[in-house]
Design a protein around this ligand. Structure first.
Ligand SMILES: Nc1ncnc2c1ncn2[C@@H]1O[C@H](COP(=O)(O)OP(=O)(O)O)[C@@H](O)[C@H]1O
Ligand SMILES: Cc1ncc(COP(=O)(O)O)c(N)n1
Length: 272
């Protein structure tokens, strides 16, 4: 049988495993695949997790995280990368060092600290390291409401607060662009995100999707941005298209488990 040798963009996710398959590495790889981007991974930790919550977290040794990143980048090469749940200070330092040394470009940092169910997903001392070592190397960071509060020091209840937080985070943390996500907001702001890149302050609005099944929205959005960057799109286009992708995935979210089910990626197949 003849094989087709296909050249394809490659993206890397450096993140945690979600046993329930709704967030983390599992949803990142799925998102890459639905963008026709080859997905590679460096696993930072293993969570025992389902639609009801996170029950246990086991960290990978930082040397194992470093080895995975090097194995991928030195052989296959990546056009874009994202970070998700990095868990502790040692892993964040290791990742920041590798990103610098291997000159990984197009880095999307999803500063996973607190889930929308309120579960803390990172050690307290790791937040400072994330802020000073990794975020300055990012093309874009994508904090949710609670993460934006931690990074900006502002309490966020209104659209104006989201706009102020995006500007403060951009000024203080040295990233090229910031997207403050509104999934944790109330008062009609759930589908509303705020972008700031030092020049343009933009509001990305979509319809608010009425579903309890929102597990994995943040991971899906940052993975879709990463996939779009790997495909060669500029940052603003990558964000706009990723926002459309996550909105559709929410519309097709999966009613599985007893709690918050995951967003659904199978919409192109279901619509056939
Ligand atoms: N109910 C909803 N309707 C429409 N968009 C939503 C809804 N919930 C979340 N989103 C969108 O999903 C993306 C992820 O945001 P968010 O849920 O705040 O992130 P995280 O999962 O990190 O907490 C954002 O683009 C946000 O606007
Ligand atoms: C392993 C892992 N990584 C990230 C998240 C955040 O998920 P969400 O996209 O719902 O904010 C999670 N719950 N588990």
């Amino acid at each position: 049988m003849k094989t087709n040798k296909t050249s394809i963009p490659v993206a890397l996710t450096i993140a945690g495993s979600d046993s329930g398959g709704g967030a983390g590495i599992q949803t990142d790889l799925r998102t890459f695949a639905f963008h026709c981007v080859h997905g590679t991974s460096a696993i930072t930790c293993i969570t025992a997790q389902n639609t009801l919550g996170v029950f246990r977290v086991d960290a990978m040794p930082s040397e194992a995280v470093i080895a995975q990143i090097r194995a991928v980048v030195e052989d296959i090469g990546v056009q874009a990368a994202k970070t998700g749940m990095l868990l502790n200070q040692e892993i964040i330092l290791a990742v920041a060092q590798e990103v610098r040394t291997l000159q990984i470009n197009n880095l999307v940092v999803d500063p996973v600290m607190v889930s929308r169910t309120g579960a803390q997903l990172i050690d307290d001392d790791a937040i400072q390291t994330l802020r000073h070592e990794l975020i300055p190397q990012a093309a874009i960071i994508t904090p949710n409401r609670y993460e934006a509060q931690i990074l900006s020091g502002l309490e966020i209840v209104s659209l104006e607060d989201m706009q102020n937080a995006a500007q403060i985070i951009h000024k203080n943390l040295g990233t090229k662009a910031v997207l403050v996500k509104g999934g944790g907001m109330s008062g009609g702001l759930k589908g509303v995100d705020v972008w700031f890149d030092g020049e343009r302050l933009e509001i990305l609005r979509t319809k608010q999707v009425e579903t309890k099944n929102t597990h994995g929205t943040g991971c899906t959005l940052s993975a879709a941005i990463t996939a779009n960057l790997a495909l060669g799109k500029d940052l603003w286009t990558a964000v706009q298209e990723a926002k459309e992708y996550v909105t559709t995935a929410l519309t097709y979210s999966l009613d599985i488990g007893k709690g918050q089910g995951p967003v659904g990626h199978f919409f192109p197949l279901l619509e056939k």
